[in-house]
Design a protein around this ligand. Structure first.
Ligand code: 9MG
Length: 274
């Protein structure tokens, strides 16, 4: 399986790790430690040294209850980090945003994947990505971060997520984004109760059967806390377990905070699969 993004052709015959670089003072799991540009760049370089195959840079938290960040502030946070990293690294940089203006500036600064938790539904987002050679991650979310965890409802969460992502993929293709630049993501924790998240993970192979690369992001999420009883800073082991399950079900991009531990765990998955 191949995924094209900018100048990169990713070989997804084995799972790879997307390392998270939050440039947000309110980041839910690292307390904004890497908010300053230099620290964020250093953190990104460290994640690559640990084996990350993609870096995901975000300037607006999407944790439940998070407030939106003004456009100018988001640009100020992420663009210098992307420029600083793009000059030094040979792995794709992904921009975690739903704002078309940030997508455009980030790609101009050196990003080659747009990671959109709203699946390019913001006006202008489809056209913005189509006008670039960037890849895109289309993620499912029910609602917006401020309210998405209040009362999420589904008849059949797996079928509804798959139908939504298929429809967004068709729309993206019609807008001019070729299929080899699209990955899909069920959006663990985005407008889903624990039971929804666990069912999506259990049946992830159904989403993978569409034939597009699937991204899974469960790192440190609240479903892991609900199952284990652990706070966010004690969810390493459960995050690794979730990453391994997702990869064994067919996910090819695993989005995590703890890169080295996940890379090692996924080496076992690859060795078993081969
Ligand atoms: C930004 N962000 C937070 N969680 C995420 C997830 O599960 N997937 C993607 N694509 N992005 C996420």
């Amino acid at each position: 399986m191949q995924f094209t993004c900018g100048k990169f052709q990713l070989d997804l015959t084995r799972p790879i790790v997307m390392g998270i670089v939050n440039v947000t003072p309110d980041s839910f799991s690292d307390g904004g430690k890497y908010a300053a540009t230099d620290l964020a760049i250093r953190h990104g370089l460290d994640l690559i040294a640990q084996g990350a195959g993609i870096l995901d840079i975000g300037g607006e938290s999407t944790r439940p209850g998070a407030d939106p960040v003004p456009l100018s502030e988001e640009l100020k946070r992420v663009i210098p980090v992307i420029e600083g990293l793009a000059a030094q690294i040979e792995v794709p940089i992904s921009i975690d945003t739903y704002k078309p203006e940030v997508m455009k500036a980030a790609v101009a600064a050196g990003a080659s994947i747009v990671n959109d938790v709203f699946a390019l539904q913001e006006p202008g987002a489809l056209e913005t990505v189509a006008a670039t050679d960037a890849g895109v991650c289309l993620m499912h979310s029910q609602g917006r971060p401020q309210t998405m965890q209040l009362d999420p409802q589904y008849q059949n969460v797996v079928a509804e997520v798959i139908d939504f992502l298929k429809a967004r993929m068709t729309t993206a293709e019609q807008a001019g984004i070729p299929r080899n630049r699209i990955m899909l993501d069920p959006g663990f924790g985005f407008g889903k109760r624990s039971a929804h998240n666990l069912k999506l993970l259990r049946e992830l192979q159904q989403l993978c059967a569409i034939g597009q690369p699937v991204l899974a992001g469960l790192s440190r999420k609240s479903v892991l806390g609900q199952v284990t009883g652990n706070d966010v800073d004690a969810r390493l082991h459960s995050s690794i377990a979730a990453a391994v399950i997702a990869a064994m079900k067919g996910a090819r991009i695993i989005r995590v905070h703890d890169v080295k531990a996940t890379v090692d765990a996924l080496k076992i998955v690859t060795a078993v699969e081969n």
